[in-house]
Write a protein that binds this ligand. Structure first.
Ligand SMILES: [Zn+2]
Ligand SMILES: [Zn+2]
Length: 422
């Protein structure tokens, strides 16, 4: 029968696929109806039935590591053995109570890992694209693939993601996949709840990670690099030769510098209040640096650009003061791109007449489009155009996640910290 297949390899691929589908079906047929039994009855060969995850309980309370039942994926979802998860400011906004989110929840939203299982009734094409054992990277905006925005390719605006995940802490059937081992109680998911030994991710949020890229460093592709790319590509539409300023050189701001360099920006101006971050910025492509504690940001940007201002200024802090500086730093017709989240209700000011007469564009940008953009980011990293190595400033162990967030909160992390999970 092998002669029917173009090669032995394609025969093997199909065989593996059929085996995987058979096992999914078997599990489904033996499944039981009640929710508690459903999760505790989920067993996979060579996979423990329980896992640990980092839980946020309520604002200002310390994170804790808790035991959970192995999370069970549903149709179109993939169970991943998490290898690494980045430490991002967005999680901090939730932990500090700046942005309301369902709690208790498992935080962490930029991950890499190994595919362990697929939900029953998952499309054959998905199983084929991400076979069990394959290496993947996951984006924090997990597109449903079916809403009005997703079908237009605007996955960064996915209705289901905002309506279910961001508003309720669940996946798109309105339910979490995380249940405590001790009492079976549900715990919500910030994106996929990535600071866990296993996580469930909608397949639309995944891209294949080649063997040449390390698990740990590549985790940042799913938020820091993803967000920077979305800002530069979709919001700013950067062209070669553009002058760009980035205000706030944290994990995402520093990724913006590298993406700006990749897009051929001429002047790349890094603005921050910490000299160590500015020094690091030079490695990532900054042609100029400004310490906002020592110099006037807008004056200095004008000086560097011959009095004109930059084509594109990016605000990565979410502060009213830097919001205003960003709009004032762009040249006539320029674009002020806002990517920094602020506490809910925060309001920014803008010089109205200048905005009108000089045609300043203020553009909000959140993440990027997983299916079209994430594979491109993998390529940028694979070819070394984007250096993951330079973007990572700290690696820590699973038990050290809470301490890493404390350090991030206190400005002690230059660049990005990544938690290595297994
Ligand atoms: Zn993030
Ligand atoms: Zn959608």
């Amino acid at each position: 029968m092998a002669f029917l297949f173009r090669s032995w390899r394609s025969f093997q691929r199909l065989y593996n696929l059929r085996s995987s589908l058979r096992s999914s079906t078997r599990r489904n047929l033996s499944g039981v109806s009640s929710k508690t039994e459903d999760v505790s009855g989920y067993h996979l060969r060579d996979v423990p039935s329980f896992m640990r995850a980092v839980v946020f309980w309520e604002p200002k309370k310390p994170l804790s590591i808790e035991e959970f039942h192995l999370p069970r994926p549903k149709a179109g979802e993939v169970l991943i053995k998490t290898k690494a998860c980045g430490v991002c400011h967005s999680d901090l906004h939730v932990m500090n109570g700046d942005l309301p989110f369902a709690s208790p929840c498992v935080v962490g939203h930029e991950i890499t890992g190994e595919v362990v299982d697929h939900g029953a009734h998952t499309d054959v094409a998905v199983v084929k694209r991400f076979p069990v054992g394959s290496r993947v990277v996951g984006a924090f905006i997990m597109p449903c693939g079916n809403c009005g925005f997703c079908v237009k390719g605007q996955e960064d605006l996915c209705e289901a993601f905002f309506a279910y995940n961001r508003a309720k802490g669940t996946l798109y059937d309105g339910e979490t996949r995380l249940f405590l081992r001790s009492n079976g109680k549900p715990v919500y998911m910030y994106s996929m709840g990535g600071l866990a030994e296993y996580c469930v991710v909608p397949a639309n949020a995944l891209a294949t990670l080649p063997n040449s890229l390390p698990y740990t460093e590549s985790a940042i592709l799913g938020c820091a690099v993803f967000t920077a790319y979305g800002a530069m590509k979709h919001a700013a539409d950067v062209r070669a030769g553009d002058a760009i300023a980035v205000i706030g050189i944290g994990g995402i701001g520093s990724s913006c510098l590298q993406i700006a360099r990749a897009f051929g920006a001429s002047e790349i101006i890094a603005v921050d209040v910490q000299d160590d971050k500015l020094e690091n910025a030079k490695k990532l492509g900054a042609t100029h640096t400004i310490n906002a504690m020592k110099e006037d940001v807008v004056d200095k940007i004008k000086e560097i650009t011959g009095g004109m201002g930059v084509d594109i200024a990016v605000e990565a802090l979410g502060k009213p003061k830097t919001f205003l500086q960003t709009t004032q730093s762009v040249k006539d017709g320029g674009k002020a791109v806002m990517i920094g989240l602020a506490p809910s209700g925060a309001v920014g000011e803008v010089d109205i007449t200048r905005l009108v007469r000089r045609q300043i564009k203020i553009i909000g940008s959140y993440g990027a489009r997983a299916r079209q953009d994430l594979p491109k980011l993998v390529k940028l990293a694979e070819t070394g155009i984007f250096s993951l190595e330079d973007a990572i400033s700290r690696k820590c162990k699973f038990d050290e996640a809470a301490a890493a967030y404390d350090d991030l909160n206190n400005g002690k992390i230059v660049g990005r910290a990544v938690v290595e999970i297994m």
